[in-house]
Design a protein around this ligand. Structure first.
Ligand code: KG4
Length: 334
């Protein structure tokens, strides 16, 4: 089964062609990072215009790379949400136009399901499992009894992990998006600042990162008022140590409670080296931790094609041309 995936929820325009949920024939990603860098974050209106500008070229390149003709596609899978509404609409309308023109079945995919199913490209997902979803907009701990069955056990009460990374990066003077830069500097420093580890007193699986972010900001401001230099490497190492300790600790606790044999990590922050190292060090031998390779961690259409494939296998349901984008779409069991 050849699935065409389309992703445009934020600042990446991506089109992919994937065979049987596994073999990625093309995964073309046109990133807008350079455009938004000077603003220190994604500007929604600029993002949607850029999607409009490049999407036809990205489609064309994907078909050329995969060496596939449009007539050969069996299913069109598109991100319907959550994300920036203007950005989402571009992908949804392009996918609908393609489905209409070539008379192909269409399926709307949740972006977060896409991040989770990115793992199915390089690993076999073994249910029941626990998924840790960490991105610029989400931090969620999910229990999956079976495919497309999502029970959200914990989530962030304030900032998403990626968002906290990006804000800390800005305070330290690193470019946008800051996560990879903080990760790199963290490996050149040591945890000397001993920042708080926020476990929440209710003992729940929820997360909170805004206090930690404020601790970093206050530290930097106090230092500058006293004309003292902060050690950027050590501050990044301290921030990363605090974040990864809480993420890994809660994920492993849930994995043991639910007695699962597999943990999958998903979303842009799953590219974090410190997180990978901590999981490798602390996970018991009877639990497998799967993390996608970097190209499938951040936003891409291959993950949408794969999620669409498994969603279709489970539900056999397709959408009609009334399919619409939804900025705050919830992750739902199918
Ligand atoms: O999943 P993603 O591409 O977009 C969303 O759907 O949010 O995630 C982007 C986020 C950004 O906040 C970025 O700084 C963060 O992922 N990120 C990282 C790393 N690579 C990307 N955060 C920490 N360490 C990294 N190595």
């Amino acid at each position: 089964m050849l699935v065409l995936g389309v992703e445009s929820s934020c600042d990446e325009t991506s089109v992919a062609i994937v065979r049987d949920g596994k073999e990625v024939l093309a995964n073309v990603i046109n990133s807008q990072i350079d455009i938004h860098e000077k603003f220190g974050g994604v500007v929604p209106e600029v993002a949607s215009r850029q999607h409009v500008y490049v999407i036809s070229m990205v489609f064309k390149e994907a078909f050329e790379k995969a060496n596939v003709k449009p007539e050969e596609i069996d299913l069109v899978a598109v991100t319907e949400g959550p994300g920036l509404i203007g950005s989402l609409l571009v992908g949804v309308n392009a996918a609908k136009a393609f489905a209409l023109m070539y008379k192909k079945p269409l399926i709307g995919v949740n972006h977060l399901a896409g991040h989770i199913y990115a793992n199915a490209i390089e690993h076999d997902m073994k249910f029941p499992l626990v998924a840790l979803l960490v991105s610029g907009g989400n931090t969620e701990l999910i229990y999956m009894k079976e495919s497309f069955d999502f029970e959200i056990i914990g989530e962030t009460l304030d900032d998403a992990v990626g968002e906290a990374y990006d804000k800390v990066a800005r305070v330290v003077g690193l470019p946008y998006p800051g996560g990879p830069h903080v990760d790199r500097l963290a490996h050149e420093g040591v945890d000397t600042y001993h920042l708080p580890r926020v476990y929440l007193e209710d003992g729940s699986y929820n997360f909170s990162f805004s206090g930690l972010k404020s601790a970093v900001i206050n530290l930097a401001h106090n230092a500058s008022q006293r004309n003292e230099e902060i050690n950027k490497e050590n501050l990044c190492a301290s921030f990363q140590a605090s974040v990864t300790e809480v993420l890994v600790n809660k994920t492993l606790r849930l994995a043991k409670e639910k007695d699962v044999k597999q943990i999958i990590v998903a979303g842009g922050v799953s590219a974090n080296k410190g997180l990978k190292e901590r999981f490798a060090k602390e996970t018991p031998a009877n639990i497998e931790v799967c993390i996608p390779s970097i190209k499938y961690c951040t936003d891409n259409a291959a993950m949408i094609a794969v999620a669409g494939y498994y969603q279709y296998i489970k539900t056999k349901e397709t959408a009609d041309l009334s399919l619409n984008a939804s900025a705050s779409l919830e992750l739902e069991t199918k």
